[in-house]
Design a protein around this ligand. Sequence first.
Ligand SMILES: [Zn+2]
Length: 457
Amino acid sequence: MVSDKMEKIVALAKRRGFIYPGSEIYGGLANTYDYGPLGTELLRNIKDLWWKTFVQKHSDIVGLDASLISHQKVWEASGHVSGFADAMIDCKNCKARMRADHLIEDSLPDQKVEGLPIDKLQKIIEQNKIKCPNCGKIDWTDVRKFNQLFPVQLGIVEGDKGLAYLRGETAQGMFINFRNIVDSTRVRLPFGIAQQGKGFRNEITPGNSVFRTIEFDMSEIEYFFDPKQSNWQELFEKWKAEIWDFVIKKLGIDETNLRWREHTNEERSFYSMRTEDLEYQFPFGFKELWGLAYRTDYDLRQHMDLSKKDLTIVDPQTGIKILPHVIEPAVGINRLLLMVLVDSYKEEEKRVVLQIHPMLAPYKVAVFPLLGNKEELISKARSIFDDLQEDFSVVFDGRGNIGKRYMAQDEAGTPWCVTVDFDTLDDDTVTIRDRNTADQERVAIKDLASYFQAKLA
Ligand SMILES: [Zn+2]
């Protein structure tokens, strides 16, 4: 289901250089996207803000950057080799392939399908005579499992041992390096390991823009604790509050578009004591943004069993060995980016404006000469641009008329535009125009940097 608003946002994202379809000059490649100049800045700003908030400002959390390709045993232990599968169905008539759960959700919005076994899914599709959304026929194959891990064949190792996988999530990197981190740093329970980087999933359902893609930027924390010393419910609530705060205050999202949803018994992993998703109301419905799961000691135990390595920590007071439990907040940065675009998109009478939080805006300031063909104005604007560039992400535009330039910057989400006009040449002041209000004020050039610093503080 593509809404009108979603179509407009996707069009703007392409027009202004946020998001392009992947491999577009060759006709595109399903579920892949490329980030243009503005999208790259926005993605980086969200990632940096996440890192600053959850790692830099937490003395109990350390970072990790694990390999994208990992040993097949990692994914055996994690359960991905046997369980990381979607239920897939094909239309025999038009050959369209889709996820059985998505097919059901789209035609029966009230039907809960998460965690249902494939025979149940099959039954629902048959009993409700669900038609192919592509051709309208009812001519289905059986529902069958489809593993989402991407296998890779390594050249330096012979035979079956050369089989490795692109990581399906960043989390396993934290578990397999748990021993290394404990041995090489000063961490003590409770503590977290944080990681940002790509994960890969062989998705078969085309997702709404970058909402569901086969490669995605994840930001995950594994927060380890001793269940005898720390109360998991308290930790869980603390994480909920921190995530909520980040989305509202740092990303500037309207809280009426957000909700927490607890997983039902069917959809929650068998080892998890509690899982909640922070959901955002996209134009295509409330969808998962951020998962928070109490995973007990399942992951470390699995790796300990399969690797035969001791992953316990010795309690310095009692000398007793502990296998820590873990709470995992995990988010896809691409979903955060899409949410930021959707939430900041505003249509006004005479313009479209992205009211992106200034801290996230790809460009903080745009600098214009009033006229693009007057050398004195251009060189003055250039020197202001050069100075501001030291501290801010700035863009220069001398093309077209001033109205068109404002329009372009409004759609790019640039919070402030600085215009150099003929008065500037006399009194060294410029006009600053505010994106949200379109109000203008006159500020001395020497005060510009501190003016923007104060606004961004
Ligand atoms: Zn069909």
